[in-house]
Design a protein around this ligand. Sequence first.
Ligand code: GRF
Length: 227
Amino acid sequence: MAGDYRIAVLASGRGSNLQAIIDAIAAGRLDARVAGVFSDRPAAPALRRAREAGIPGSAVSPKDWPDRDSWETALFERIAAVAPDLVVCAGYMRLIGPAAVAAWAGRMINIHPSLLPAFTGLHTHRQALEAGVAEHGCSLHFVTTELDGGPVISQARVPVLPGDDEAGLAARVLGREHPLMLATLRLLAAGRIRLSSSAVMFDGEPLPAPLRLDSADLLHRPDLQPD
Ligand code: GRF
C-alpha cells in the first residue's frame, strides 16, 4: 500500500524515524508515500536509506550557496517540487527560517526528544538527567520560527530509571519516537489533525493538551484518558 498522502522528510543524520516511516508504508501500516528525502548533509545516512528504498533523495548543502537565505530557498524549492502534503523534520539539525516556516505553516512537523516545553535544543537526555525528572519522552509539534516551540500535537512518555545514562535514556525514548511518529502521521494523513491559528485541532476541536501515546501505540486525548 502506498497512498496519496505525500510526505517529504527532512533529515540531517541517521534516519531511523525515516526508516520507520518507510517500513510502515511497505508493511501497509501507514497509507502514505514518501515523495522525497532532503538533507543539508550529503553524507547523511538518511539519504542512503532513501536510495535503498527507491525514494528520490536530495542533498542541498549550505556550503554550495553564498548565504543562508539562498541556500534555504533552494532547499525548499526542491521540497516543493515533490508536492508534499506534509514536511516531516526527523533529526533535521537546523533552525528553519521565517520564509519557509510561513510557506509551510500547518504542513510541517518536527519530532523532538523531550516532553516539550521541557528541554528544548540539544542534549535533551542529558538535560533530563541533570534536572532529575522522573519522566521523559518525545514530542511531535508543528514547526514555527521558535526553536522546538511550535504547538505540540502528541507525546510519548518513558520513565527515567535509577542508573540511567544518556545513551540508555536516548534508546528508551527512541523506541517510543517511531510509534509516536507513525500514530501521528496516520491521523494527519486522515485529515484528523490540523493547525488553526495557533491551536492544534483534533477532529474539529481544539486539543486541550497533546495527544498521548499509550502502550498499545494508539493516540488518545489526555482529557479522555485515566492517568
Ligand atoms: C531523534 O531523537 C529526533 O527526536 C531528534 O533527532 C533524532 C533523529 O534520529 N530530532 P533519527 O535520525 O530519526 O534516527
